[in-house]
Design a protein. Structure first.
Length: 590
């Protein structure tokens, strides 16, 4: 594909040190899609790769499968439903080696070959709720009235583990005048419960070559991962994950060994291996995943809390990088000539950042927020970056053949000090002797440690029990009056301001009838209000109760003032606090 600089070139590409050539920019291309619905493929086997886009349409009603060649639209096919994913894969070994295009939409996979409809695969139906089936059987025989039928279905929707079918859910949304005609129209039809496809990827069948036959790997709304045979479209393997899969990354070969990395809607990443029905490793992210790519043997995920996180394939966290804006989508930059891989992250501030490991090596400014991104061979250029924007624009950039991505190419990112290796000193004879002693006496040292730990726990428990018995805990142990108190002393002396902060920790119950009393050495201190009533404590509010304390001694000494919170008519305090008064810096009477 010839590189033609357009008038809408970005600000970064005009700089001399830019690593990209502006090949094409069309702000009114009317492409509305996501990264999962865009792929590059040599559809005619002539070495000229095409851009295949599952277009959602500007309003979500004009879904089309569009194919671009160069800068123009080559062909388009109408899609019956919104596409969830688009991939290109080889189905067989026949010559010429022309890949097929699979479009996941609802419960179906539409396969196109030579840009023509070739095959339609439907997910196998799921077992319906037996109680729901019984209700519709009664409706078929007119043994149940409409209101009772609605009540039973609503109870099943709330309490049953098996979801209801679409037919029952539509029935529950109808008004009473419309129910009878709906039931008469559908009661003779069998109850069907169908899942839908949420994500899709490809897995090599038995060879790692680029033109090798690949299987389809799909994730469904029913939390299942299915691997399909590329020729017969039968299910070769079925796995289950704890939540609905959102992103898939696949590596390996089906007949040898493979690994599936699945990011789910519960904010976790699960790793499955060959012949494992359940995940082998689990990674809990700090937020929902926005994108997922595999860089060599490591997993990189962009999360909705504006971070980029990396993990090993066994779930160990490697690093976390804060992003300057919310991530929108991400893709893998695989540059085969220089043999390096990086991560492309599109942000909400109209930037596309390139990360090599945890280092930011390049920033691409765009005219609009990028909604989908893809890197690979387009036309006859091996390193082409294709992006679509939120407003429906199409951006095509080509990496310069002289471009290099080093740590110092961008000023933002992780500090250089993090990549400097520590100068670990050599092992001394004392260290070796100590290691041998610990190895020989490991059992005895562990027993001593456990004994000391048990003794500390016992002392802590005794101290806590004593604090509860003396009402010295910061929160009262009474379930009727859960009160929290802390004290603050202000001033330099001889007059101090004593603030008691009382708070009702109950959820709904107010507390009234409390009194505050002080116990102190009358030769050292004088309290303005040594006994007063507390106001009614409303839950959740902080009540600052203020009194003044005067130091009567001219010597540099201090003492403890005890504060008691009691209920009127009772002698045992609910809370007790010991306030260590500071030394007065002034003289009494000054």
């Amino acid at each position: 594909m010839a590189a033609a600089a357009s008038s809408g070139s970005t600000g970064e590409s005009t700089q001399a040190h830019s690593k990209w050539l502006d090949a094409h920019y069309d702000p009114v291309a009317n492409l509305f899609t996501f990264s999962s619905c865009i792929t590059l493929a040599d559809l005619h086997g002539d070495g000229d790769c095409k851009l295949v886009v599952g277009d959602l349409g500007p309003t979500g009603y004009e879904m089309k499968l569009k194919v671009y060649q160069g800068m123009g639209l080559l062909s388009e096919n109408a899609l019956p439903d919104l596409p969830a994913s688009v991939v290109a894969f080889l189905m067989d070994q026949h010559e010429p080696r022309v890949p097929a295009v699979a479009v996941a939409s609802g419960p179906f996979i539409y396969v196109y070959k030579n840009l023509r409809p070739y095959f339609k695969f439907t997910l196998p139906p799921m077992e319906p709720n037996p109680m729901e089936k019984s209700v519709w059987d009664q409706a078929k025989e007119d043994k149940v009235d409409l209101l009772s039928m609605k009540e039973m279905l609503e109870e099943m929707r709330e309490n049953s583990e098996i979801p209801l079918s679409v037919q029952s859910l539509r029935f529950l949304t109808l008004d009473p005048p419309e129910m009878e005609s709906f039931v008469n129209q559908h009661k003779l039809q069998p109850i069907k419960r169908q899942t839908v496809i949420t994500c899709m990827a490809t897995l090599k069948k038995n060879m790692v070559d680029e033109d090798a036959v690949s299987c389809l790997v799909i994730g469904t709304e029913s939390t299942e991962i299915l691997i399909l045979d590329p020729e017969a479209f039968t299910i070769l393997a079925k796995m289950t994950v704890p939540s609905v899969p959102a992103f898939l990354d696949v590596t390996g070969q089906f007949d040898v060994e493979y690994r599936l990395t699945v990011a789910c809607r519960n904010g976790c990443i699960y790793i499955l291996r060959r012949e494992s029905k359940r995940p082998k490793y689990s990674i809990e992210l700090t937020a929902q995943a926005v994108g997922l790519v595999r860089v060599q043997k490591n997993i990189v995920a962009a999360c909705s809390d504006d971070t980029l996180q990396s993990y090993t394939q066994k779930g160990k966290k490697l690093w976390v990088i804060p992003l300057p804006a919310a991530p929108i989508t991400m893709a893998l930059l695989d540059e085969k000539f220089q043999s390096f891989q990086a991560v492309l992250v599109a942000l909400a501030n109209m930037e596309v950042q390139v990360y090599r490991e945890k280092n930011l090596v390049n920033v691409i400014q765009t005219q609009d927020v990028v909604s989908s991104i893809c890197f690979g061979r387009y036309g006859r250029e091996d390193n082409t970056l294709i992006m679509t924007t939120k407003g429906g624009g199409l951006i095509i950039k080509i990496m310069k053949r002289t471009a290099t991505f080093n740590k110092g190419d961008a000023v933002v990112g992780a500090p250089m000090a993090q990549s400097i290796k520590l100068n670990v000193p050599k092992k001394t004879k004392l260290y070796v002797d100590q290691t041998l002693r610990e190895r020989e006496s490991a059992v005895a040292m562990h027993r001593v440690f456990q004994t000391d730990l048990s003794r500390i726990r016992l002392m802590a428990a005794r101290a806590y029990v004593q604090a509860l018995e003396c009402s010295m805990a910061p929160i009262s142990e009474s379930l009727q009056e859960p009160i929290k108190m802390n004290a603050v002393v202000q001033g330099m002396g001889p007059k101090f301001k004593l603030i008691l902060n009382l708070q009702n920790m109950s959820d709904i119950r107010a507390i009234a009838g409390l009194v505050i009393s002080f116990l102190y050495d009358e030769k050292l201190y004088s309290v303005q209000h040594p006994f007063f009533k507390a106001p009614m404590l409303v839950p959740g509010l902080n009540y600052p109760l203020v009194t003044f304390v005067t130091c009567l001694s001219d010597q540099a000494i201090s003492d403890i003032i005890k504060v008691f919170v009691l209920r009127e008519g009772e002698t045992e305090p609910l809370l007790t606090a010991h306030i260590s008064m500071p030394v007065s810096e002034g003289l009494a009477g000054v």
